[in-house]
Write a protein that binds this ligand. Structure first.
Ligand code: 6GU
Length: 225
């Protein structure tokens, strides 16, 4: 998989890809992540990427030309499955969406800034608009990093244990059951006895029940759809 990220602030975005699981995935060539600074696609001396909005109103709007130039340059080299725009008014990111995107070959992610992009970019270049939740961030970069993390960890070979992504919270619309490790007892706090029984069908049944109860308590909305 290849991800091309278009941004006015590449430095804000790079560090999550330079540590831990994402770094390993890149080093193992399981994913390629490329950053494109929108200012490199400007045509004026000031390297402007934004301007005031027609019709008046506060806030700057990202201009179509540098975005078009950048996206066109990428599309000239390969075909893209999706051109995603990160924006607080997009579809809220859910596990299912990450699962779907993790199967794609090439995707472009455009990070919104200021008041957002010229509507013509959304109408003509964007195939999907994604938000990471109902709050406003100062730019799409951190949201893009969240989206990339959610996608990349699902690529086969990225996680050490191949099955572990499938047992994550949300994968079956259930939150994860409680987990424990050594010691068996800590300052009087005990691990449920069943987990030492070796009775794996019973343990599995207990985990499923726990997951259901926890979901019912914390996120009953997940049980509805
Ligand atoms: Cl994708 N961008 C911005 N600026 N704010 C957000 C967001 C995206 N998702 C949630 N809040």
């Amino acid at each position: 998989m290849r991800i091309d990220i278009i941004t006015v602030l590449p430095e804000l975005l790079k560090s999550p890809f330079e540590a831990s699981i994402l770094k390993r995935a890149i080093e193992a060539h399981l994913v390629e992540v490329h950053f494109h600074n929108l200012r490199d696609y400007t045509s004026d001396n000031y390297k402007s990427v934004d301007d005031t909005q027609f019709g008046g109103g506060a806030g700057m709007v990202m201009m179509i030309e540098p975005i078009d130039k950048c996206i066109s340059a990428l599309k000239a080299k390969r075909t893209y499955d999706e051109v995603i725009y990160m924006t607080p008014d997009g579809d809220t990111l859910k596990q299912g969406m990450a699962n779907h995107l993790s199967l794609k070959k090439n995707i472009i992610i455009l990070c919104g800034h200021y008041k957002g992009v010229d509507q013509r970019v959304r109408d003509h270049f964007i195939t999907r608009e994604i938000s990471i939740g109902d709050y406003v961030l100062s730019g799409g970069e951190l949201a893009a990093a969240v989206l990339c993390d959610a996608i990349i960890r699902l690529i086969p070979g990225v996680l050490g244990n191949e099955t572990s992504a499938l047992t994550d919270s949300f994968q079956d619309n259930l939150l994860a059951p409680p987990i424990y490790t050594k010691p068996r007892e800590y300052k009087g706090m005990k691990v449920p006895e069943l987990l030492f029984s070796g009775n794996f069908p019973e343990i599995e049944k207990w985990r499923e029940e726990q997951a259901y109860q926890i979901t019912k308590e914390k996120r009953p909305d997940l049980l509805e759809d």
